[in-house]
Design a protein around this ligand. Structure first.
Ligand SMILES: Cc1cc2nc3c(=O)[nH]c(=O)nc-3n(C[C@H](O)[C@H](O)[C@H](O)COP(=O)(O)OP(=O)(O)OC[C@H]3O[C@@H](n4cnc5c(N)ncnc54)[C@H](O)[C@@H]3O)c2cc1C
Length: 633
């Protein structure tokens, strides 16, 4: 019999007809022998299994697709429920403790359920092993290869891996034709890859609505994005190999190349696969960290090509996954459009016909203090960060920095109330009558931040003015208002993340709107001249009414040029040479605890790991929550 009679040409439409409907009513009944297998089995030869949905167990694929969606949905709901419970507890603590003295908040400092503090100690705050989580793994001083996921993240990722592995491996091995099994694997891996792409795209977005909803930081989504991405690429490679092995068996290499070159279905599929493999290689930690901005630009272009390739691949064959890849593209596009719209809205004012400008001041110790003068009013919560780009300094790059200080100014001086000029302007004026200045401290690294610093040092008096663009604010979803006692650790430029919390809490203490009765700020710097970075704002904070009642500042200068410069200005602002004994400091704070305590840290990964270690140790003593902000992703 002629081969063409046994195996109709690739373009034959019939195989698709078998899978016209995705909604097979009885998926379980089809496990033993899917309708597709039934169609292909009689021939028991190879070629049909390299084309269309022959040999693919679509009802089972739909079942696993639903399982993944349900799994992710249930996980998100669980996290949401836990978060809502935490917020409800925080809210009731806030309202109940707001009017109480620190001593009267004892009820809130006691652990009620041992299960909860044990969960925090052994799971939520735990590193994967003994201690290391955020301290970067370095091959050399320049070669950063990333950090180790926390225990909780590692468990979530392992469940994700194992479930994908199980779904991939759950094939009908009893089939007589092993090429039919490979076809089944091709279908399964393709479907899983596309389904995972939805999560992949959502996790990548700065404007991901799950960030404020679940109060999980972009950092965590970014970690998930990386690992889901790796799984997607592996599945896509499996998908392609499962096709290529069968095709090779049927036609040899010439058949493969012929299809890649002439068949749009295969050509675009190959384009998508190649783009994803390139993404995987270029996103390896040492490459990503060494050339972050180049990596990012290439990553976005390759992601677009991969989505486009997959879309056309599904479109040509009218695959049931077409709707999913369209959804992936729409999500990707929406996020990009949201960023552009935000950028335009924040940085240009039609009313004032003005664009954002920046004043950059070179500070001692290789840092620049940057103030962006926005043409409109922007509200910023403590703990927020924003992306900045500067005209004339690698303008195509946008870098994230913590927002250190925010000031609202009247658009026109005459709109200031004449009688009460000394009261805060924002209380007197409506938002549209003010514009906002937002300040940052940017420590020079080796790329854009270094160029910025050098340009500012070349000016006289070390100050540069240029146009800039602000994208944000992002983050800022943690509220410390319900804690009676707050301990903030900052390493180097990490102080910028903590100052807005200190200012907000002291203001809240004065206004009677927060439960906080004791704040301890610990700032570790290498040299005392680094104090200059934030002196202006710290002076304003230290001059706030009743500041002495609530704030203690402990400064540690690890490598002072002259130890005689290390003098404590007052009993509430102490300065010491050397590194802080984090264990001792935190245990002393716990001894004097007022209400529930929150410990936050922003700085180098090693500092965060040290603080985390002690916070875990004291979990059984009292209520101590932990929040960390990392500058690494
Ligand atoms: C949420 C957040 C807040 C931050 N806040 C501050 C701050 O207040 N002050 C401060 O000095 N630094 C802050 N950083 C770090 C800062 O973003 C990087 O140091 C800066 O982007 C380095 O730019 P560069 O071109 O000089 O980098 P390079 O010298 O080329 O690289 C230095 C390091 O920065 C990383 N990096 C480079 N570009 C980016 C980018 N676009 N996004 C993320 N990481 C990048 C690289 O992976 C590398 O590890 C923050 C980072 C994050 C994620």
């Amino acid at each position: 019999m002629a081969l063409t009679t046994l195996f109709p040409p690739e373009s034959t439409a019939t195989p698709f007809a078998t899978f016209a409907t995705e909604t097979a009513a009885t998926p379980f009944a089809t496990f033993a022998l899917s309708s597709t297998e039934a169609a292909a089995t009689p021939s028991s030869t190879i070629a049909p299994y390299a084309t269309a949905l022959n040999g693919v167990n679509q009802p089972m694929n739909i079942l696993f697709r639903n399982a993944i969606w349900w799994g992710l949905g249930v996980l998100a709901m669980l996290i949401l429920i836990i978060r809502l419970m935490q917020r409800a507890i925080a809210h009731s603590r806030h309202t109940a403790a707001m009017g109480l003295s620190g001593e009267a908040q004892a009820y809130w400092s006691k652990n009620r359920y041992s299960t909860w503090w044990k969960f925090k100690r052994h799971m939520l705050y735990a590193p994967l092993g003994k201690k290391r989580h955020n301290r970067e793994i370095r091959l050399s001083s320049a070669g950063n290869i990333g950090t180790i996921p926390s225990r909780f993240h590692a468990i979530l990722l392992t469940i994700f891996f194992l479930s994908n592995l199980a779904f991939l491996a759950f094939l009908d091995y009893s089939r007589s034709d092993r090429y039919s099994v490979l076809a089944d694997l091709r279908g399964r891996s393709g479907v899983l890859a596309i389904i995972n792409m939805i999560a992949l795209i959502i996790f990548a977005g700065r404007n991901n609505p799950l960030i404020p909803l679940l109060q999980i930081s972009f950092d965590t989504y970014n970690l998930m994005h990386r690992w889901v991405g790796r799984v997607v690429v592996l599945e896509v490679v499996l998908h392609t190999m499962a096709w290529a092995i069968v095709k090779h068996a049927a036609t040899g290499w010439s058949g493969i190349w012929h299809m890649v070159g002439t068949n749009p279905f295969i050509s675009w599929g190959t384009v998508g696969t190649v783009a994803l493999v390139l993404i995987l290689i270029l996103s390896l930690s040492p490459i990503r960290h060494a050339f972050y901005e180049t990596f990012l630009a290439v990553h976005i272009i390759l992601a677009f090509i991969a989505i486009l390739g997959t879309w056309i691949h599904c479109e040509v064959a009218k695959l049931p996954q077409l709707a999913i890849i369209k959804a992936v593209f729409i999500l990707w596009l929406l996020e990009r459009v949201a960023r552009m719209a935000r950028l335009g809205y924040l940085n240009y004012s039609l009313k004032g016909k003005a664009w954002t400008s920046a004043t950059v001041t070179a500070m001692p110790g290789g840092a620049s203090r940057v103030t962006l003068h926005l043409p409109r009013h922007v509200n910023v919560k403590p703990g927020s960060h924003a992306y900045i780009r500067f005209a004339g300094i690698k303008y195509w790059e946008s870098h994230p920095f913590s927002i250190a200080w925010v000031e609202h100014k009247p658009i026109h001086e005459e709109t200031l109330p004449r009688q009460e000029k000394e009261t805060p302007v924002e209380k007197q004026l409506r938002e549209p009558e003010t514009t906002t200045d937002i300040s940052f401290v940017i420590h020079a690294q080796t790329g854009m931040t270094k160029t910025l610093y050098e340009k500012a040092t070349q000016c006289q008096p070390r100050q540069l003015t240029l146009n800039a663009a602000f994208e944000g604010p992002y983050g800022g979803h943690h509220s410390l208002d319900s804690y009676g006692h707050v301990v903030l650790f900052a390493g180097s430029s990490g102080i910028t993340h903590q100052i807005p919390f200190v200012q907000h809490l002291i203001q809240g203490y004065n206004d009677g709107t927060v439960a906080t009765r004791r704040i301890t700020l610990i700032w570790i710097i290498r040299e005392s001249e680094h104090l200059e970075w934030v002196r202006e704002w710290m002076d304003l904070v230290l001059k706030m009414p009743k500041r002495r009642e609530i704030l203690q500042v402990k400064l540690y200068v690890t490598r002072p040029k002259n130890p005689r410069d290390i003098i404590s200005p007052s009993s509430t602002v102490q300065m010491s040479a050397g590194r802080p004994k984090i264990g001792y400091i935190l245990r002393e704070e716990v001894k004097a605890q007022m209400g529930a305590m929150c410990v936050t840290v922003c700085g180098p990964g090693g500092l965060a790991d040290n603080v985390r270690e002690v916070v875990r140790e004291v979990q059984d003593v009292s209520v101590v929550d932990f929040i960390e902000e990392s500058f690494t992703w």
